[in-house]
Design a protein around this ligand. Structure first.
Ligand code: ADP
Ligand code: TRP
Length: 320
């Protein structure tokens, strides 16, 4: 089974990204032949500063490699190193009905947020279809917001296969419903746009300060507290084993346990959890050539697949 997913390089990653997307993406390497790429062509639709795009792409590569992505098991690459997808996107756009794209929520949502309504933004799902179809993936794990794009991909592939020749594997979305939403320090969904996030690899001082700012209620220290409505406890649970979770929950309920103490425990747990990843990240950051060669090796494998698919599509359409 071939599994492919892509991640837009959109700045420093936080705990919500880690538990909601990175860790599940890294675990794909246990489930089948995994492909994971940094969607920098897609990011061009929203990032206009070249230095920012370059740096964010490198950050994402470092974050994933540091957090356990094994490039021997996952084909890991930068989208723009597989330029075959852009040609394939054009071929696919020929069979893509306008109405299909007009129905996509993401274009409407993004323009409503003030992102310039460019052709690239509108045609974004066709490029995504090309990413998926180029390597003939069977399964595409995505968040709920991307499900429609995988459905569009299926429609495009079915239409092409019927109209020309059976070139493409029809992919299935795999929706990660079981991944809980990670709360931010204010209790809303953790998101960099709300500035309520805790970065994975922030400095010790920043990380501690951010955790100490987590919003709690004003129950006095002596009184019993409810762990199930507390943001600090919700974050602590992500890192603690069952016995540790139970112990802290009991302390909340008994009373005499302050939020400050809970926050310190959360900091210690988080800091220890990421300690090995931090060390690995620092080592990798000092070897940009190594990271580049990993990405290049991944791109070669992906290109090998993409070239074959592209050639079959060109032939089916009469270009060869
Ligand atoms: P942000 O909201 O910080 O801009 P993105 O929208 O770029 O984050 O999210 C990238 C990925 O991380 C998405 O696949 C999304 O499912 C996941 N993700 C982001 N925030 C959270 C969260 N608070 N809880 C769970 N998953 C999240
Ligand atoms: N659009 C996806 C997102 O914003 C990223 C992406 C691009 C992707 N191409 C893909 C995801 C192909 C899965 C498969 O999250």
């Amino acid at each position: 089974m071939r599994i492919l997913s892509g991640i837009q390089p959109s700045g420093k990653l936080h705990l919500g990204n880690y538990f909601g997307m990175m860790r599940p993406a890294i675990e794909l390497q246990e489930r089948g032949e995994a492909y994971l790429f940094i969607a920098n062509y897609h990011a061009l639709t929203t990032v206009s500063d070249p230095a920012v795009l370059r740096a964010s792409s490198m950050d994402v590569a470092l974050d994933f490699l540091a957090c356990g992505l094994d490039p021997e098991r996952t084909v890991f690459f930068r989208q723009s190193d597989v330029p075959e997808v852009t040609e394939l996107a054009w071929l696919l756009s020929i069979v893509t009905p306008m109405g299909l794209l007009e129905r996509c929520h993401s274009y409407k949502d993004k323009t409503a947020k003030g992102i310039a309504p460019s052709h690239g933004l509108f045609a974004y799902p066709v490029l995504m279809a090309a990413d998926i179809l180029a390597v003939q993936s069977n399964v595409v794990p995505v968040g709920r917001d991307q499900k429609q794009h995988v459905e569009v991909t299926r429609d495009i592939a079915i239409k092409f296969n019927n109209q020309y020749a059976p070139v493409f594997t029809i992919p299935e979305p795999s929706i990660q419903d079981d991944v809980a939403v990670v709360p931010g320090i204010d209790g809303q969904k953790m998101s960099k746009s709300y500035n309520n996030h805790i970065e994975l690899f922030g400095s010790e001082k920043e990380t501690r300060a951010k955790i100490m700012r987590t919003v709690t209620d004003s129950t006095p220290l002596d009184e019993p507290k409810n762990p199930d409505t507390c943001n600090v406890y919700a974050l602590y649970k992500l890192f603690a084993n069952e016995a540790e979770q139970q112990e802290m929950a009991d302390q909340y309920r008994i009373g005499g346990f302050g939020y400050g103490t809970a926050k310190k425990a959360l900091f210690e747990k988080m800091w220890a959890y990421f300690e090995p990843f931090r060390a690995k990240r620092e080592a990798l950051a000092a070897q940009p050539d190594l990271v580049e060669s990993i990405l290049q090796r991944g791109a070669e494998k992906a290109r090998h697949e993409a070239r074959q698919t592209l050639q079959a599509a060109r032939q089916a359409m009469g270009l060869e």
